[in-house]
Structure formats: C-alpha cells, structure tokens
Design a protein around this ligand. Structure first.
Ligand SMILES: *Cc1c(COP(=O)(O)O)cnc(C)c1O
Length: 462
C-alpha cells in the first residue's frame, strides 16, 4: 500500500515513510492511496479471531511491506501490557454496549494507538540505523500515553513539557514515575500554551530540528488511525455474536475527529452497511457538531469542560474526512485548507451537508447533561462513566433505536475524579493509579524559555 497527501504535494510513499513522516511535507495529512474492499468470506473468517490476530489481518492490509512474523511480534508486544485479555472488551449496560478502551497502561484509549506507534518507531529506526528525539507539550493526558508508548525503547528519547503544578496529581505522577533512561519530564514554569509555543518555535528551526532528529508524536500520525480501526471491527463482531444481528451503530466522543475517522474507515472496510450510523458526540466545544448539522466549520473560543481531552476547536484529523468528501480531490482540499487558515471558517452547501449527514449524525452535550448522565447511568446500571464517555453515552441514548448501539468509552472514570465525584460521590482510585503515590518519581523544573529547552535537548541528545 502506498500513501499520498490530502494536499497532493508528495509522490506516493511507503507505510514506513508515512509513519516516520507524521505530517506530510506539503502540510497535508497522509492517507492510503485506496481503501481495500473486504470480501464477505474474509469478514466471515475474521469473526472468531482474537484481538491481536484481527489487528494483524487489518494492519497487514495497509502495512504489507512489514514481514508477517515481524508485524505479529510488534502487535503482540504492543498489547501484552493491557490489563484485560480481550484488550478492548464490550460490556452491556441497560440498552447500550460500552466498548472499554481504557485497559492500557495509562487507562485511556490513546494507549491503543501509541503502544503500537512506539514499537513501529523502534522497528523502523533500527532498520534505517537512525535515532529519534520526540519533543512534545502536554496539558496532561497525551503526554503520559506517549511516554508509555516509547519508554525503554532503543534509539528513541522522549522529552515532554508539562505546565508545573497545572496538571492533576494523577496526570503528573503518570508521567514522572516513569524512570526509564530515555524519558525526560520537564515541568515548565508556565502554562500549557507556553509549552506549545516553545515546541512550535523549536520545530520551526529546521536546521536544529534536523541536527537533533526531532519528531512529534501527535494525533495526525496515520498509524494511530490504523490501530484504532481494529477495535471498531472487533467490537462489531462481539456484539453481532450476542445480538445475532448484522448491522449496528456506534457513538464516538471526539474532539480531533481522529477516533471517529477510524470508525469511518471501519465502515468502509465492512461493506455493505454493516455499520449503519456513526454518531459524533462533542462537548460544548462543538465545531464538529456545527459542521455536521449546519455545514459551518468555523473556529470558536475554546471553553473548559469536565471532558478536557475534547476541549478542542481545531480538529486535527478533519482534513482526512474533507478529502473523501471532496471525492479524493487533493487540489480542492488544499484550497479549502488554505481558505480555512486565512479565514478561520469553511461553509458547505446544502448538497454537501446532506452527504455529511449521510456519514454522521452529531450531537453536542452540555456540562449539566454530562454530570446528569454519569449520575443516572450509575443509578441504573451501577457502572461509573468517565466524563468523555458520558458525552458519548448521552448522545448514544438519544440516537439509539432498534439496532444495537456501541458507545466508545475512552477513559477510566478514576482518571477524572473531580467531575465523577460531583456526579456520584467520591470513588476509590483504581489500583494502578493508587500505586503511583508510592513510586519514585523524576522530573526537572525549568524556565518556560525556548533557549533553556534547546540547551537541554542539546545536552541530552545521544
Ligand atoms: C484524546 C481523547 C479523546 C478524543 O479523541 P479524538 O482523537 O479527538 O477523537 C476522547 N477521550 C479521551 C479520554 C481522550 O484522551
């Protein structure tokens, strides 16, 4: 499989090149040249596979260049540390199925993709006899999933900036208790925005970036989307088995359009129409809901909610969907993204809107409804939702009809104790989070100054 850019500015590249490139060099996002069609016989044969074997079949379609035995090894290692033998189990509560994506090392769904991405990086770096220094800023959650994705890996060092004392205690400890030699936690005396600005400034210095082999680990890497396709198909089989059905719906809490775009591709793989609806759930940061409902994709102010990982107004994976919406026309996609950068808004015609609404239904869930959903779901089912999952469940309940509905659960409720406590009273911390307090931790507190971070990178490269 070859990969192209949504903006058409690169000649087709391999899977390896796509993973190592991250963002396409023309500013676009990388996508496979085509989406294969899976035959009914193949789908039948996949039904009984365990998670890792299904992942192998799906990922092979897009990464055929990796020898089969190597790819199996990479996948098995990526999911060996998960706490549930099914990796992503589906549980039924009331009329909904909850797809639990939080059994990885940091108790949130980003582990599923980042565990694989870390192993892919290590594998490709070894083949190319290269090394990589990952630099990133985090407001809390992505940092720990990235650190766990590459801890202890050869040829990789990771430098994560977080705002000193401005992340939750659990988030801080999830990062700073990782003591591997290749992990560097830097607590900057400033805000998350300061951290992002520093990272951006350093990445913009291309000679420095090249000299120190700097790379990012962000939500636009194709391998992350690919890893996420697997759990849609896995859970589809589990629920069809139980319900003896052929068709069902999904609800996905999303901010960057990443997770739901994986669902969009899963639906294309599972033709015809095995996945009927994809319900896109946002919190009050609703650029994606406005896009689906009104054809209005325009930046708003970011407001803080109790589902902070979805407090996003600029959906980094949106361009991938736009490319399909444009009938895979890269020229038009490039033009629209340039317009968006210039004006902060895109508007779509009623005909296009109708096509979008054929792909997605959308719903915005306000803060009061999130808290109410956590409380009511707990009272009815004795099951505690995290606030991100609750955004999805609230939307899922409104869109559920006669078909089974799977709601993606993106984090363990224990990670967001404050909001959950408000809804159902204080919950005991889950064991893996409780253990953190007793672990040794390591972190350096530094000035929020790009020159200081640069010097630190120079000193610790190699
Ligand atoms: C990142 C994240 C999301 C949103 O994922 P997208 O990539 O924006 O779709 C939802 N919930 C949690 C807990 C997350 O960490």
């Amino acid at each position: 499989m070859k990969y192209i850019s949504t903006r058409g500015g690169i000649s087709p590249i391999s899977f390896q090149e796509a993973v190592m490139m991250g963002l396409a060099t023309d500013g676009g996002l990388l996508l496979p040249e085509s989406i294969p069609e899976i035959s009914a016989a193949t789908i039948q044969a996949w039904r009984t596979l365990k998670y890792q074997d299904l992942a192998f079949e799906i990922i092979s379609l897009f990464a055929g260049e990796i020898p089969a035995a190597d790819l199996r090894g990479l996948i098995n290692r990526s999911y060996a540390g998960f706490r549930h033998k099914e990796i992503t189990p589906v549980v039924k509560h009331g009329e909904l199925y909850i797809l639990e994506l939080f059994h990885g090392p940091t108790l949130a769904f980003k582990d599923i993709a980042l565990q694989l991405l870390g192993n892919l990086f290590e594998y490709f770096l070894k083949e190319g006899n290269r090394h990589l220094n990952i630099l990133g800023a985090t407001s809390g959650d992505t940092g720990s999933a990235a650190i766990y994705g590459v801890r202890g890996k050869e040829r990789i060092k990771i430098f994560i900036l977080h705002p000193h004392k401005r992340v939750s205690r659990v988030q801080e400890l999830q990062m700073t208790t990782v003591l591997d030699d290749n992990v560097f936690n830097l607590a900057i005396l400033g805000t998350f925005d300061d951290g992002q600005a520093i990272v951006k400034e350093i990445f913009n210095d291309l000679p420095f970036k090249e000299r120190h082999c700097l790379g990012a680990i962000n939500s636009i890497n194709w391998a992350r989307i690919l890893a996420q396709i697997v759990y849609y198909i896995y859970s589809y089989f589990r629920v069809c088995e139980q319900e003896n059905c052929r068709q069902l719906d999904f609800t996905v809490p999303t901010g960057n359009f990443g997770d739901i775009f994986a669902g969009f591709l899963a639906r294309r793989l599972l033709t015809p129409s095995r996945i009927r609806r994809l319900v896109l759930a946002t919190n009050q940061n609703d650029i994606l809901t406005r896009f689906v409902e009104d054809g209005d994709y325009s930046l708003g102010e970011v407001s803080q909610t109790c589902s902070p990982s979805m407090d996003i107004q600029l959906a980094s994976n949106f361009e991938r969907y736009l490319y399909f919406l444009n009938g895979q026309d890269a020229g038009q996609t490039r033009q629209q993204m340039e317009d968006f950068t210039a004006q902060g808004a895109l508007h779509f015609s009623p005909e296009i809107r109708q096509r979008v609404q054929g792909d997605f239904q959308a719903r915005r869930i306000g803060e009061a409804e999130v808290i109410r959903t956590i409380r009511e779901f707990y009272e009815l089912n004795d099951y505690v939702l995290d606030p991100h999952t609750a955004v999805g469940v609230a939307a899922g309940l409104r869109h559920k009809d006669t078909l089974p509905m799977i709601c993606l659960s993106t984090a363990h409720s224990g990670k967001f104790g404050a909001a959950v406590g408000q809804a159902v009273g204080r919950q005991p911390l889950p064991e893996p989070l409780r253990e953190l307090e007793n672990k040794e931790s390591r972190c350096e507190v530094v000035a929020a100054d790009a020159a200081v971070i640069r010097a630190y990178l120079e000193e610790h490269d190699r």
